[in-house]
Design a protein around this ligand. Structure first.
Ligand code: ADP
Ligand code: MN
Length: 298
């Protein structure tokens, strides 16, 4: 397993100029021909460019086309560029270990300039195909036409947009966004397992209530529907003897005015109620909760 922090530290300013050039041209080419690099990056001699590309290839941030004289950026290279931008923006000062490999992301622990513990979620769209195919619909044409890296950038941007709106309207039980770049989302670190791993809760009703309040506030105040709510996208913070839920993984959100919004909201609520009833032996009536969630607030 390559360590992101270690690879990052091997990169110089000139390396980043080349990597940024790859990022700038992501929508234009998948593989950039060496001739094009030589023609555009006039501050370097062809020999220098060739040497740099070899180095970047050897540390696996770019890779060479099997037959053509061209290179493409790899996910690791995109991570490094995003990381560098986050450091330059004064959002992060250090990247730590990988703490999670999701269906469509790699999650790292990191430290902000103010020494707060956060996570960086780097999108890896294309790693799985099934859920991805379900999600594609709401992402638009640009997404469908793009390479995996372009798609990852779009997903990152969408999740940051959702978190920013949710934070702005003080929707509870959502991680705080610290910023981001490209396909990276920097957010509050939640200390605790995913809900599906939790076998027992001291106060299951209270946890469920908090989730329902979050869904309702999200719909009426932030005007967003999560659209993929499940026991895998809820974390339970168990630190300090608490049981605080956090709803994560928002890129597929839809706004409340979209025609399918209410259907998705109902699906999210039904799914969660069903899970709580089964796992914690409750008898909550889905229709009553739905009525409550659909009652307008301020
Ligand atoms: P994916 O699209 O890959 O499912 P998620 O946002 O669901 O992405 O994150 C994947 C996993 O990473 C989560 O199940 C969780 O274990 C971890 N994770 C995500 N966000 C956080 C966070 N803010 N704090 C702590 N762990 C997180
Ligand atoms: Mn998820």
């Amino acid at each position: 397993m390559v360590k992101l922090g270690e690879v990052y530290r091997k990169l110089t300013n000139d390396d980043f100029i080349i990597l940024e050039f790859f990022v700038k041209n992501l929508k234009k080419f998948e593989y950039i021909p060496i001739d094009f690099l030589v023609q555009k990056l006039t501050k370097y001699t062809p020999k220098e460019i060739d040497a740099r590309l070899r180095k970047l290839n050897s540390i696996k941030v770019i890779e060479r086309h099997p037959t053509m004289n061209a290179y493409r950026l790899k996910a690791l290279g995109l991570d490094c560029v995003a990381l560098r931008r986050l450091v330059r923006k004064g959002i992060l000062k250090a990247i730590g270990d990988i703490i999670g490999v999701g269906k469509e992301s790699d999650i790292y622990r990191a430290l902000t300039d103010n020494d707060e513990l956060v996570v960086v979620k780097f999108y890896r769209i294309g790693r799985t195909s099934f859920r991805h195919a379900v999600k594609v619909r709401s992402y638009g044409v640009e997404f469908e036409r793009g390479t995996w890296l372009v798609r990852s950038i779009i997903a990152g941007k969408r999740e940051r947009e959702a978190l920013a709106i949710l934070n702005k309207y003080n929707v509870p039980s959502v991680p705080r966004l610290h910023g981001g770049a490209l396909h990276a989302v920097v957010m509050e670190y939640v200390e605790g397992p995913e809900l599906y791993e939790v076998r027992e809760l001291q106060r299951p009703l209270e946890v469920l209530n908090n989730i329902i309040e979050a869904i309702r506030a999200s719909y009426w105040r932030a005007k967003l529907v999560h659209g993929d709510l499940s026991e895998y996208n809820i974390l339970i913070d168990l630190s300090r003897g608490e049981e605080r839920p956090f709803i994560i993984d928002w890129p597929q959100y839809v706004t409340s005015v979209e025609p399918n919004a209410q259907k998705l909201l109902e699906r999210d609520v039904q799914y969660i109620i069903k899970f709580f009833n089964k796992r914690f032996d409750l008898r909550i009536d889905v229709n009553e909760v739905l009525k409550y969630v659909l009652t307008p607030m301020e």
